[in-house]
Design a binder for this molecule. Structure first.
Ligand code: MN
Length: 252
């Protein structure tokens, strides 16, 4: 089995190393990942500058290809220039920090998997809920079991599964749940500070409106200690509104 591995925390992130080690038991893993952290890069791609691809080694061991672009760039270039052929699946992660709810929209981790899905490949995003001592090896192990099982079910080509692993010790994980994406927004804010030259700058803060989290969603089930799996799609059409809108008289 051929696997393309990408992330948004950067090629040197421990979550990527853990997933590479775990998935190497399943097949040949090729890494194409941003050379620096690109978290919250969303689905951006690079159009205004060339992309450099460098071989990255850890000690004497080849780790993969570091790309000075976004996570989506890494998938595009990984498929067309590095692998030069279709892998069996695209994997993104393990990200440090959950990608549930509307975080999915900002996430470079999810965007990389989405890019794989757009290109017709079965893809998985894997994230570990944030903690002071993240257990990436444990998260990679749990996620690999889920990936294996989902691949056995032979999902349609281009399927995308967003997997989140809770921060608790592996033996305390309550199970796996398929869940829909939570849509609760954040109470965003900015802290204003002054730089050493007297200029003002702003730093985003923000907290999830937890009181609004619905019980059957990825956010709630992850908090409750389950591994959550959410199938995602990139067709953002609001079909209900489309049906209604078609009845509206429009003219130009
Ligand atoms: Mn990240």
């Amino acid at each position: 089995m051929r696997i393309l591995l990408v992330n948004d925390d950067g090629i040197h992130a421990p979550g990527l190393a853990a997933l590479k080690a775990e998935m190497s038991t399943m097949g040949t893993v090729t890494v194409s990942a941003p050379d620096v952290e690109r978290s919250a890069a969303g689905h951006s791609i690079t159009l205004d500058k060339p992309l450099r691809v460098r071989e990255v080694y850890v000690g004497n061991e080849f780790l993969g290809y570091g790309v000075d672009g976004s996570p989506a760039d890494c998938v595009k270039i990984g498929l067309s220039e590095i692998l030069r052929g279709k892998p069996d699946l695209v994997l993104s992660g393990v990200n440090l920090g959950a990608n549930v709810g509307i975080n999915v929209l900002y996430s470079g981790t999810v965007a990389a998997a989405l890019e794989g899905a757009i290109l017709g490949l079965t893809s998985f995003a894997v994230s570990l809920a944030g903690s002071k001592k993240p257990d990436f090896a444990g998260a990679a192990k749990a996620a690999s079991k889920v990936v294996r099982r989902l691949m056995q079910m032979d999902p349609p080509a281009g399927s995308l599964f967003n997997i989140n692993v809770p921060a608790c010790p592996p033996e305390e994980i309550k199970g796996v749940r398929f869940a829909r994406q939570c849509t609760v927004s954040y109470d965003d804010g900015f802290i204003m500070r002054t730089d050493p030259r007297g200029g003002k700058y702003f730093w985003m803060t923000g907290e999830l409106k937890r009181q609004c989290v619905e019980p059957d969603t990825d956010t709630a089930l992850l908090d409750a200690g389950f591994v959550t799996v959410t199938p995602l799609q990139y067709d953002l059409t609001d079909r209900g509104l489309l049906e209604k809108a078609r009845e509206w008289k429009m003219d130009v």
